[in-house]
Write a protein that binds this ligand. Sequence first.
Ligand code: BGP
Length: 479
Amino acid sequence: MSEGMTMPKDFLWGGAVAAHQLEGGWQEGGKGVSIADVMTAGANGVPRRVTDGVQPGEVYPNHWGIDFYHRYPEDLKLFAEMGMTCFRTSIAWTRIFPNGDETEPNEAGLKFYDDLFTECLKNGIQPVVTLSHFEMPYHLVKAYGGWSNRKLIDFFVRFAEVCFKRYQHQVKYWMTFNEINNQTNWRDPHPLLQNSGLQLDDAANWEEAMYQAAHYEMVASALAVKLGHAINPDFQIGAMLAMCPIYPLTAKPTDIMMAERAMQTRYYYGDVQALGTYPAWVSKYWQRHDFQIDITAADRAALKAGTADYIGFSYYMSFVTKATKENPDFVYDEANDLVSNPYVEKSDWGWQIDPVGLRYGMNWMTDRWHKPLFIVENGFGAHDKLEADGSVHDPYRINYFHDHILQMEKAVVEDGVDLIGYTPWGHIDLISASTGEMAKRYGFIYVDQDDLGQGTLQRSRKDSFYWFQKVVATNGADL
Ligand code: BGP
């Protein structure tokens, strides 16, 4: 079977993780407590909870991750064996600024990433780095209200500056905020908290708060982009969006309008970060709903001056929406307005599997923002079975990747999309962000550990490991 197409020379093939989901060592090297450190395990339909600080008797899976903090030299060898030429990870903000508001960084934390990036480069793997991936210092949530507070801009920019300066010779590709748009329309406190550190009571206008927090984040991101380019003009600093295209359920014009408004609501972040300005509908929407968003002239200038060099994005699934008569103004509420797509399969966690949606999303973003793209997450969370001989047979994962990579290649080779690289999510099993489970596995590399952190932590190669190795070795030609 070889229907694949050869990708451009220098195309980056890699894997993606986030510090809080794999490092562990949560109290080592002077690290402070992050928002992820106070999130309990979920699983079996029970949502994760954010506790008020670390509480005795609760289970916090991000405390142990997969012990990458101690095992990274061994893991990087496996990544290199798979052929990876890049590795997307994040810098835990709390390793560099344990509380977030210090003026001096923590040297032990800086040294950890120095060593990690050096080890990556030794293995022929270039690091691709996210500055903030769901792991802001918990102190910033408690003492400042997270991104509801303008002061966070300065704290983030200081953090970015320290990282840019320290790693300017090791890292070229950066991203500011992971899935900045994933806080859109979430009444459930968990995604709001993880992205923005917002803890809203029932009385608060969650939507207004979300727009305000996102604005401060986007200003911080733009300032960081500008500063990064001054530190090293070769830096490529990207936005990072969760791309889930939203389709209309039917060809009914009102369904089409509803889907359009849903796309506008979910992706205005991309308009701001790629084009440097808010789209027209947003201000009208704020006026109509009487949202008082604090935006200064200096903010607008900063957004214009610090547009992203590329659009990094995750792609797991597509969504479907439809108009209802209770919602004549097409206000998009992600918690309530999504319906099932009758034409696609779902994963065990209900995520709709839609390879063509990847090609669709890539075309849509290219035509809208005219920036290079970088697929920095894509993958299939599944239950795996470790056989007695250490093997794991995961044809379902190979099928998922086969179908998605094929669509990615069509977007590049046939549609002319400018794509920097492809880093499958969780190429080594790690803690799930949404559920805190270990059982929701994405990896090509199996890690022997259960939901409670029990296991040998031994790494083994799944069938998909060898499959992906072949894809990389042929630059995408052999799928
Ligand atoms: C994205 C996050 C990742 C990652 C992934 C898979 O939203 O950027 O951190 O976890 O989704 O999600 P999950 O772990 O919930 O299955």
